[in-house]
Design a protein around this ligand. Sequence first.
Ligand SMILES: N[C@@H](CCC(=O)N[C@@H](CS)C(=O)NCC(=O)O)C(=O)O
Length: 211
Amino acid sequence: MKLYNANFSPNALRVRAVALELGIDLEIIEVDIRAGDNRSDEFLAMNPNGKVPVLVDGDFVIWESRAINSYLASNKPERGLYPDDPKARATVDQWLYWQTIHLGPAMQKLSFERFLKAKFGMGDADKSVIDAEVKNVDQFLAVLEIGLAGKDWIAGNLSVADFSLASTFMYRAQSDISLDDLPNVAAWIERVEARASWKAAFAPVLALFGD
Ligand SMILES: N[C@@H](CCC(=O)N[C@@H](CS)C(=O)NCC(=O)O)C(=O)O
């Protein structure tokens, strides 16, 4: 299988991590977004959104990182990362949707303003965006803190939801997002980051930006 990837991308990180967790070998094809490689005819034919990640498995092409992860995990059902049981799967989906719609965008906007914007020479941080997103992030992280109470993993067992949520935290240090008052979140992210799969998936990010 081929993964069209960008090392700076949280959306790509969650796919690399799940593939590594499952022991699925991916041929990684780095797409240079700043050079506009994602706007080539060839790339747009795979994903008309012009976004990474994209997975190609033979003649099957799939985009949207969480859909890719559900596909990968469904190919190794014995690992239970995307469980078949209706209630277990609904709980995983609940956190996947919540991350997509609520936590992810807020964290991403904050990381962009506080870190990536300057890193990519895209202008000064916008204080009004930062103020609004700090409020949103605080509110959402309080929900995650409650969700993780008494649990090692967000849906009970390790699942694709943990990897999706964790990728949202990839720039937390550079974005000045503190977990000091969120012991459940802090312990959970440490558990994710201790996994060999996560470490290997994160290595290219460290190579790009350092600690
Ligand atoms: N919802 C999509 C988001 C994909 C996405 O936004 N990818 C970014 C990188 S983080 C991208 O390729 N941006 C290039 C562009 O929009 O030009 C997913 O989860 O896969």
